[in-house]
Write a protein that binds this ligand. Structure first.
Ligand SMILES: Cc1cc2nc3c(=O)[nH]c(=O)nc-3n(C[C@H](O)[C@H](O)[C@H](O)COP(=O)(O)OP(=O)(O)OC[C@H]3O[C@@H](n4cnc5c(N)ncnc54)[C@H](O)[C@@H]3O)c2cc1C
Length: 421
């Protein structure tokens, strides 16, 4: 239902985990809110079947000093964790150039520190939402364990863990015995583990269930959700630096909606959508895959959330399902499932935990991470005084969603914030 014109304090474009969290914190500050999404419900695109980790410990961006060597090594492997498919697309090349620059040690350290700060705040706020609103989303509060089978990779992870501890994320270095103590599913693999790091405060859970639950809470607080509505244009006045209205197309045709402030949280579509208004975002889709394996009966599925850094895979136990997710493909906006990559994920999971569940009944999914080269999202103003950004959360949108929604709602309430683009 849409009330009359001009009704809303804030219109949020996009009902993924980031858009819905932004709606929630604006409602908590007494704003009237409308959220628009082309899908029939919340969280149906990239927030749908991700790795499930709320992971401050994952704050080190892909763009770090070891990345160029690894990417070169993987360049010609079709099942590589990170795959680059060159295209005649200037935006892809600009993204890669900036990614390489962001691999410089000082830049990577600075980005890690900023992400740790935002992720820590966000993890606390996710917990606060859970308890204030009584939300349940197959959450597990058993920490996240990064394990290594290759000694050199493990040794390379030790200074990264130390860096994180310096920034306030308690990522502890542990040995194989402690790995098995924390996660008994590793008992048969103990001899293969070179070492691990463990972050007890990290969590996991189903981002889609959370987004759905939070959208219901927002509706009860008075938010209007327009699902199955495509955002087609902005009525933007460049000379005044102001957005007057948002044009949407829904089942009943086109309509124009007005609000005091407009927030763009369109995931990786934020960049092409805003380009025509002169707002340039360096966001490129990094396609990832997940396999969801039914856990049946007594079995050997891990209950702690895990990160296999060498294969860039994460594992989260979502009650009756084991979610295994990862890989990144810079190949444009297509979401088609690559069979070889889906099977590579499943093979890794089955090799590691052969009694984890029914692998024959695994389902596959792909999503496009709205990736910035540094993995830092855009949170703040644009050249238009009432057009705000909360987008570009890359590998960490589920982790950072609650915190970035909170930060942006604060900026809107104060009517001031840094120019993000
Ligand atoms: C394989 C994989 C594993 C991942 N694992 C993790 C993890 O373990 N932990 C973590 O923190 N993060 C993880 N992520 C990242 C996380 O899922 C994303 O960062 C997050 O979902 C992005 O949320 P969003 O709200 O910005 O985008 P989205 O969820 O994509 O929301 C954007 C919304 O905008 C809507 N939209 C777009 N264009 C239009 C339009 N023109 N009109 C109307 N609506 C429009 C879309 O329908 C969509 O609902 C993973 C991602 C992938 C792909």
């Amino acid at each position: 239902m849409v009330r009359s014109h001009n009704d809303f304090d804030v219109i949020i474009l996009g009902a993924g985990v980031v858009g819905v969290a932004t709606a929630y914190w604006n409602l908590r500050r007494g704003k009237s809110v409308c959220v628009i999404d082309r899908q029939p419900g919340p969280g149906l695109e990239t927030s749908f079947a991700n790795g499930g980790q709320v992971s401050v410990s994952h704050a080190e961006p892909w763009a770090n000093p070891s990345a160029p060597r690894k990417v070169l090594k993987w360049l010609f492997r079709s099942d590589a964790p990170l795959l680059f498919r060159p295209r005649f697309d200037i935006h892809q090349w600009l993204w890669i150039a900036r990614f390489l620059l962001d691999c410089l040690p000082r830049r990577a350290d600075r980005h890690t520190a900023e992400i740790v700060r935002l992720a820590t705040q966000s993890r606390d706020l996710t917990r606060q939402i859970r308890s204030d609103e009584g939300l349940h989303y197959d959450e597990r509060c058993k920490g996240i364990l990064h394990f290594y089978r290759d000694r050199r990779e493990f040794e390379a992870a030790i200074p990264v863990a130390e860096l994180m501890r310096r920034y306030g994320c308690d990522r502890r270095v542990i040995d194989a015995d402690e790995v098995v103590e924390i996660e008994p599913a590793f008992a048969d693999r103990r001899s293969e583990i070179a070492g691990a790091t463990y972050t007890a405060d990290d969590e996991s859970g189903d981002a889609h269930k959370f987004t759905q639950g939070l959208a219901r809470v927002c509706e009860k607080m008075g938010a209007v959700f327009l699902f199955s509505h495509e955002v087609t244009a902005l009525d933007a006045d460049r000379s005044k630096g102001e957005v007057h209205a948002v044009e949407v197309s829904g089942p009943e045709g086109y309509r124009s909606l007005r609000a005091r402030d407009v927030v763009v949280s369109l995931g990786c579509w934020s960049a092409p959508f805003l380009r025509r208004y002169g707002v340039r975002l360096n966001i490129y889709p990094a396609k990832g895959y997940s396999a969801t394996i039914p856990i049946e009966g007594a079995n050997g599925a891990p209950v702690t959330s895990l990160t296999d850094d060498e294969n860039k895979l994460v594992y989260s136990n979502l009650g009756d399902r084991l979610r295994v997710a990862g890989t990144a493909e810079l190949s444009g906006y297509t979401r088609d499932l690559n069979h070889a990559r889906c099977q590579a994920i499943l093979r890794n999971a089955r090799d590691l935990f052969p009694r984890a569940g029914n692998f024959e009944r695994a389902t596959f999914w792909s999503g496009l991470r709205p990736a910035t080269p540094s993995n830092l999202p855009y949170i703040g103003r644009t050249r238009y005084r009432n057009l705000w950004l909360n987008t570009g959360h890359g590998t960490l949108g589920w982790t950072l969603g609650a915190g970035s929604g909170f930060r942006l709602a604060d900026m809107i309430a104060a009517n001031e914030g840094p120019r993000a683009a």
